[in-house]
Write a protein that binds this ligand. Structure first.
Ligand SMILES: Cc1cc2nc3c(=O)[nH]c(=O)nc-3n(C[C@H](O)[C@H](O)[C@H](O)COP(=O)(O)OP(=O)(O)OC[C@H]3O[C@@H](n4cnc5c(N)ncnc54)[C@H](O)[C@@H]3O)c2cc1C
Length: 333
């Protein structure tokens, strides 16, 4: 029953693949193990948004609960998925069954259980649009609890789970996939798709764009977008526009402006810039990569260097989108 292992090689459990070990790791495969979760354990899924900068001294829980259940209703499908299922495999499985809606979110690495944590999003869609329930183990109350969407406090790459990283272990996520499918084509190269557009056209296009633009973590270790796209006040944006008239930006519902962090970094000619074995990807400036021999110190120094340059040039403080962990837990930049 107790599957705790010691000195586990963490380079295989996070996609940035820094050399690090865990002293104590529990692979959670069934609900019966919930009471075995140590109070101070940190939770991971696929490790694609997490970087272990050093050996990790606290206990780790790696969620591996599987299972996909699909129930058809009149106008939608209810899809209940174990937190340890692979996200992209779920997107492919549903597309294969003619259940559509998640195609814009194809090829995002990681697990289904992590998807609500930062409300994964891409190409104009966010996972929150389809989530109807999140089942989690509450480590404070020692019981299984359910979250309706409103309780999840979803925001841009944000949720109640992200705000309280030590409180809940997500066990299952439920989605409602409407039968009346609406394509989402407002972003970038999807606009160019010829109509009528089928879900599979979007799926294939998203896979093609992402494969061309983003480094495959299996070949070039990385953790996707390292920084969040910053949201700034309209007055600050107006000032920036005078110096940088081509700055890519998006309006947000409350009137603030979201800026493309990758552009800010690229405009400082940082593509390919490296400190030790950590580098800014040569094609996508928002992604930092491990060129083979990076250590945690290289990643921190590179991230802080970028952050300082961006602040000096644009007055914007970049925040990390990835979770950085040292021996004791989360580290902020
Ligand atoms: C090449 C690449 C491209 C990417 N593209 C995108 C993108 O387009 N959009 C996007 O939003 N993200 C993107 N990401 C980031 C990443 O894929 C997502 O954040 C994904 O949801 C992380 O899943 P994971 O299982 O690997 O999470 P992990 O890195 O293991 O964990 C991430 C966070 O979730 C928490 N967590 C994980 N599982 C659970 C659980 N069961 N219960 C409670 N908390 C949990 C962890 O504590 C941690 O805080 C990309 C990453 C890479 C490497």
């Amino acid at each position: 029953m107790n599957e705790i292992e010691t000195f586990y090689d963490l380079s295989t459990l996070h996609t940035f693949r820094l050399p690090a070990k865990a002293e104590n790791i529990l692979f959670l495969t069934q609900q019966e193990q919930l009471t075995e979760i140590p109070a101070d354990a940190y939770v991971i899924g696929g490790g694609s948004n997490t970087i272990f900068l050093n050996d990790f001294k606290k206990p780790l829980v790696c969620v591996r609960i599987t299972g996909i259940e699909i129930v058809e209703a009149d106008d939608h499908w209810n899809v209940k998925v174990g937190a340890g299922e692979n996200w992209h495999e779920l997107v492919l499985c549903l597309n294969d069954k003619g259940i559509n809606g998640l195609e814009n979110l194809a090829l995002i690495p990681g697990t289904v259980g992590a998807a609500p944590v930062q409300n994964i999003g891409a190409y104009g869609r966010e996972v929150a649009e389809f989530i109807t329930n999140v089942t989690a183990w509450d480590r404070r109350q020692h019981k299984v609890v359910n979250f309706k969407p409103i309780d999840c406090k979803f925001g841009y790459r944000d949720s109640i789970f992200k705000q309280n990283p030590m409180r809940w272990v997500i066990l299952k996520v439920e989605f409602s996939m409407p039968k009346a499918w609406q394509p989402e084509l407002s972003y970038g190269e999807l606009k160019a798709l010829d109509s009528p557009v089928l879900p599979t056209d979007i799926l294939n296009k998203v896979i093609a764009i992402r494969s061309a633009k983003l480094p495959d973590p299996a070949i070039t270790p990385n953790a996707g977008s390292f920084f969040k796209n910053p949201i700034i006040a309209r007055a600050h944006f107006a000032e920036l526009l005078q110096h940088f008239p081509t700055i890519p930006h998006f309006d947000t519902p409350n009137g603030d402006i979201k800026i493309a962090a990758g552009w800010l970094i690229d405009n400082l000619n940082l593509k390919g810039f490296a400190i030790g074995g950590a580098a800014v990807h040569t094609k996508q400036a928002l992604v930092l990569v491990n060129s083979g021999n990076a250590i945690g110190k290289d990643v921190l120094e590179l991230a802080r260097h970028i952050q300082a340059l961006v602040f000096k040039n644009y007055g914007i403080k970049l925040e990390a989108e990835v979770r950085l962990l040292d021996e004791k837990g989360l580290v902020s930049l």
